[in-house]
Write a protein of this length. Structure first.
Length: 124
């Protein structure tokens, strides 16, 4: 299952960007044509995130539909599979969405600001 390796990479990237802050939510975009199973990513996420800055974070996945443009007639179509056929009969398609895997956003807890050490000292 390559989703485990993908999830490990996602957790590593988000943890690095969090720079020590606790991550509360991660939103991914996964294309329907990307050969990645969102349910497998969901399954792996909690296991991989355990003990990291992402431990307990909510994972949201947005599934992006496959779309293509016909290179013969210019028509747009939805793709359920990596290959398809335009209504004009052409198979010459340029895929324009559905193959992505993006970390769309992440939410982190705000770091508490400590008062400067000398701010509490009063001089007379």
């Amino acid at each position: 299952m390559h989703e485990m390796g993908i999830t490990q990479s996602i957790v590593a990237i988000v943890a690095e960007q969090a720079a020590g802050r606790k991550v509360t939510r991660v939103t991914l975009e996964i294309g329907k044509l990307a050969a990645i199973m969102p349910d497998a990513i969901r399954f792996c996420f909690d296991v991989v995130a355990k003990g990291s800055a992402l431990d307990g974070a909510v994972l949201d996945i947005i599934e992006v539909p496959g779309r293509a443009r016909c290179l013969d007639c210019g028509g747009d179509l939805v793709l359920a599979e990596i290959f398809g056929r335009c209504s004009c009969g052409s198979r010459r398609l340029e895929r324009i969405s559905g193959e992505e895997l993006n970390i769309k956003s992440m939410e982190v807890e705000a770091m508490a600001c400590a008062a400067p050490a000398d701010a509490a000292t009063t001089r007379t």
